[in-house]
Design a protein around this ligand. Structure first.
Ligand code: DAT
Length: 171
């Protein structure tokens, strides 16, 4: 049985992990958090002093995931999207959160100063949405509002419906 691969992307704090884990649990898919994967395998190539974070070794991340992606049924969660092979994903969701909500979420995660401001700006300038639109076919890229628990439920319902339709059409 063929199953689709889904990319969940967007600015840190928009709710990718929350949605991805719940979605995977409900449909029995494999959830992959690229940040955690990199941490576990130390898939880094240096440290970014300005952003105070390690630099992802994108090639090694791709090598690590390739077999799993070919099997299908994988939900990938990452705050960037331009380095994955385009062929991996059948649909791309860019989660979007209003500033006031995002600010509170990032602050309670301990972000402050430049890191907090940069992430808020990333959302205001819809940086990740534009990255997704230029990295994948526009018709497979969808924005999802991710402000409230009601949004989360609606997003889950919509994605599950889409998966069921995809499975019917492709098996
Ligand atoms: P990300 O994986 O994009 O960094 P997350 O899933 O860790 O984001 O969520 C960040 C915080 O926001 C976390 O405390 C859960 C909360 N959250 C996520 N989605 C939400 C939603 N739709 N409504 C309210 N809070 C949400």
């Amino acid at each position: 049985m063929r199953r689709p691969n889904i990319l969940l992307t967007g600015t840190p704090g928009v709710g990718k992990t929350t949605l991805g884990k719940e979605l995977a649990a409900r449909v029995g898919a494999t959830y992959v958090n690229v940040g955690d994967l990199a941490k576990e395998g130390e898939l880094y190539e240096g440290f970014d002093e300005e952003y105070e974070c390690p630099i992802l070794d994108e090639d090694r991340v791709i090598d690590e995931l390739e077999d799993k992606m070919n099997e299908g049924g994988v939900i990938v969660d990452y705050h960037g999207c331009d380095f994955f092979p385009e062929r991996w994903f059948h649909i791309v969701f860019v989660l979007r959160t209003e500033n006031s909500f995002l600010y509170d979420r990032l602050e309670s995660r301990g972000y402050k100063g430049k890191k907090l401001q940069d992430n808020i700006q990333c959302e205001i300038f819809q940086t990740i949405y534009e990255e997704a639109m230029s990295s994948y076919k526009e018709e497979i890229v969808h924005q999802l509002p991710s402000n409230t628990p009601e949004d989360l439920e609606r997003n889950l319902d919509q994605i599950i419906q889409w998966i069921e339709q995809w499975m019917k059409d492709n098996n």
